[in-house]
Design a protein around this ligand. Sequence first.
Ligand code: AMP
Ligand code: MG
Length: 429
Amino acid sequence: MNAIILSVGDELVLGQTVDTNSAWISQQLAAVGCGVLAHVTVADDQAGIERAIRDALPLCDYLIISGGIGPTEDDLTRQALGVVMNQPLELNEHWLRYLEEFFQKRGRSMPPANKIQAMIPRGAKMISNSAGTAAGIDAISGGTRIFVMPGVPKEMKIMFTRDVLPHIAGAGKGAVILSRTLHTFGLGESSVAEKLGDLMNRTRNPSVGTTVANGIVSLRVNARFDSREEAERRLDETADACRVALGDLIFGQNDETLPHVVASLLANPEPETHRARTVSTAESCTGGLLAKMLTDIPGSSRYFKQGWITYSNQSKYERLGVSMEIINIYGAVSENVVESMAANARRLAKSDYALAISGIAGPDGGSATKPVGTVCIALAWADAADKKLSVVEKRTFLFPGDREMIRDRSAKMALTMLRYHLLQTKMPF
Ligand code: AMP
Ligand code: MG
């Protein structure tokens, strides 16, 4: 069972209004096991709408159209549908009366232009609209069932839920498409795909695909089965197989973000002391972004102690006690400097952990040995023998991209170093 979703409107093709209807309809269809072959968007142009309907009909079981059934000259969906179905538009007396009453109740007489809203192709059925004047259309052409709904999202959603989805769900006999998204950070999309191997086979059900956004490579697992139970079970199986293939590279799923996951690891009480672990930050090139990410989470006061933005050499020395000698010998962007920043931040904030970042975010300031994107990150934690002393892990990364990307990846990598430490596993990159 599959569908094509057609959205009609000049404002959509001009990019003035984002087509939210198609996204919403797709999600609703997935819940009843109806796959979506395509989202098609056309302007308020009758020939264009006719072409889109004609092209879609042989391909799908359901053609779901929204938009272009208002009362004005640019609303041409019903006319286009009539032409494609080779049926004249006929007046639906019932809906005409409804429209006349609709306006009467508001103390107005119906403008003549609205009469067109009571016209539908011969043989089609009218779908009433409890939220507006544009009635929908329910028609059949060849083997395809066509539903036409208003473009206004609120009206469309009411009509779709009440009068369209039940037909499709009934035909699907309990089928569903369930989805889960698993998130990774640190490796590129192709490296993740390589580790997944056959799991990404395009003929597989549940299917596994990857997407990238802001350095986060996500796996989208879609399971399409005849019953919810089976879809849930098979989705779990495939998600488990992905976890086996990628291990701790997967940091979370669905709405979980890297800061969320680190926050919950920190908030998870230590077995010995029964208290949450605390963290402090010392940032140079990220300008407080890491502290922001850590404090974006409600309840962050449980684990976040203090942050410094020590942008200048002077402030690294004065606020964090990094020796000028180290800065002069190794440079502000060096593992020696972030090591000292992290250890001193941990001591000054009296936190369990401290993260420090110093790097070259660009566009200027790079050199042959330290090009733009060079970022040093350090994580300090308590020495087992003397908790006042710090053990420091420090790394140098070379991040691609512009200033914003480099700063974002730096903060996320710092969180990732802490995450792996809390998980007591080695970072795989
Ligand atoms: P229409 O039914 O074509 O008169 O559309 C009425 C209004 O609904 C438009 O002006 C848009 O603001 C909105 N609209 C129409 N189609 C969509 C869509 N696909 N996604 C989001 N909004 C839409
Ligand atoms: Mg329109």
